[in-house]
Design a protein around this ligand. Structure first.
Ligand SMILES: Nc1ncnc2c1ncn2[C@@H]1O[C@H](COP(=O)(O)OP(=O)(O)OP(=O)(O)O)[C@@H](O)[C@H]1O
Ligand SMILES: Nc1nc2c(c(=O)[nH]1)N=C(CO)CN2
Length: 413
């Protein structure tokens, strides 16, 4: 397992260290496995830098890309051309920040444990990060956590973004049937944009428990004409589009037609090709929590939780990990607790009221997972009516209802 860090020149991201009269840089870190030895890996990185236009220039000076090896397994290397761990990790917040997102809190493997012991501080990487200023540095001194999407770098910490939902499903439980006609769908998108939507999510497959599963061909037949028409309207300029699909082929077709984000309610479970497909597409991926599939998600077994927040957090994290292992970097993932998917009304409320505890639970496994943008889909879900409905059979603990309501109103994500 190796960790490579890189930064590319950008219009806006982090203020660079060392040389300040150059444009800001986007910094990131990835972990992966390689058959290359450390020096061969360095040679490959140098070749990539060169292929991307880097020429020999001033040390620490401007460059289109810089790739460094931070760790290489448990190895400690000190040769003329290579020092591992990289000598300056501990001095650089812009390296430590993305590195911390990768390091798990419980060191599950010898290799990860060695990264802490090889670092220049006997208390390990977490202490180094804390000494530099830790999480308090984010948002200051030019250091921002961003999600690259389309031509933009979204800073989800800045404000809550609103997603408008367009269902092209005649059998959908909410607005089913209304927007089959392209024109009606386009008008609905215009309305959503005028009402403040930042992202438009288009789905052609119903995830209702009793819905018949559409084939790839059927889904595309519903989706493509609308998508093509929506892409042409001026109102969509500057907005993001996501496609709600669990099929790799639908995701690829939608992205080729201009969609920016793939929203997969199955988090990779329903089509074995989707994780790899999304990796190749290089777009953000919404990983939603659900047990089973839409036809089994509300079974008694799938509704069994001892602590819904804890279990959703840990099951969601394992999907995040699978996505990462399939090659989708953490910075492209958006997590979603899956309100209404394998949860009953009480569990939906507990989850909504406990969104911050979902994050806390995730941070116990991985610092990075706790910082991911979080999507919460509430639109017209049945349990919302039950919050207000006094005749509801749902057991309503007033504190839970009140916390859930403020989560909804306050944009807790
Ligand atoms: N862990 C490492 N990763 C990458 N390069 C390394 C490492 N250790 C030593 N080097 C050597 O450092 C040399 C200069 O690297 P590079 O051009 O990336 O420097 P820089 O970007 O100016 O500084 P820095 O690497 O501190 O960001 C490389 O040619 C390489 O031989
Ligand atoms: N990510 C995500 N996708 C969805 C959701 C949801 O809550 N989250 N709800 C849906 C139908 O209700 C359909 N699609």
């Amino acid at each position: 397992m190796v960790i490579v860090t890189g930064n590319v020149e950008l219009e806006c991201a982090c203020v660079p260290a060392y040389v300040t009269n150059r444009p800001p840089f986007l910094n990131s870190a990835v972990r992966g496995t390689t058959k290359l030895g450390p020096h061969d890996l360095l040679r490959l990185l140098k070749k990539i830098e060169k292929d991307l236009g880097r020429t020999d220039g001033i040390r620490y000076g401007p460059r289109p890309i810089d790739l460094d090896i931070l760790f290489y397994g448990k190895h400690h290397i000190n040769s003329e051309s290579l020092t591992i761990p990289h000598e300056r990790i501990h001095k650089r917040p812009f390296v430590m920040a993305p590195l911390m997102d990768l390091v798990r809190t419980s060191t599950e493997t010898d290799v990860e444990a060695s990264w802490h012991s090889l670092s220049k501080c006997s208390d390990g990487l977490f202490k180094i990060w804390e000494n530099l200023g830790g999480e308090s540095l984010i948002g200051k001194e030019g250091l921002r956590r961003v999600l690259p999407v389309g031509d933009e770098l979204l800073d989800f910490a800045e404000r809550t973004h609103v997603m408008g939902i367009l269902n092209l499903t005649p059998d959908s439980f909410s607005d089913g049937g209304k927007f089959q006609e392209v024109e009606a769908a386009v008008n609905q998108v215009k309305l959503l944009v005028s009402e403040g939507a930042d992202i438009i999510d288009i789905g052609a497959q119903s995830t209702r428990p009793s819905a018949r599963r559409l084939s790839v061909g059927e889904e595309l037949e519903r989706l493509v004409p609308v998508l093509d028409a929506v892409m042409k309207i001026p109102e969509i300029e500057g907005k993001l589009l996501s496609v709600d699909t669990f099929y790799a082929e639908v995701a690829a077709e939608a992205v080729s037609r201009g969609v920016h984000i793939v929203n997969d309610v199955s988090a990779g479970h329903l089509d074995p090709k989707i994780l790899e497909g999304v990796r190749e597409l290089g777009v953000p991926y919404i990983v939603m929590h659900m047990r089973g599939d839409p036809s089994t998600m509300q079974s008694d077994q799938n509704l069994q939780y001892e602590d819904v927040c804890k279990q959703v957090a840990s099951e969601l994290y394992s999907r995040v990990r699978s996505a990462e292992m399939a090659g989708i970097p953490l910075w492209r993932l958006i997590v979603d607790p899956g309100i209404g998917f394998s949860k009953d009304s009480k569990q939906n409320l507990q989850l909504l009221a406990g969104l911050s505890s979902v994050r806390r639970e995730m941070s116990k496994t991985s610092v990075g997972a706790s910082h991911m943008p979080m999507l919460v889909g509430l639109s017209r879900k049945r349990f919302l009516g039950e919050i207000c409905n006094h005749a509801s059979p749902v057991e309503r603990d007033p504190a839970t209802v009140s916390a859930a309501t403020s989560a909804i109103l306050g944009g807790a994500t």
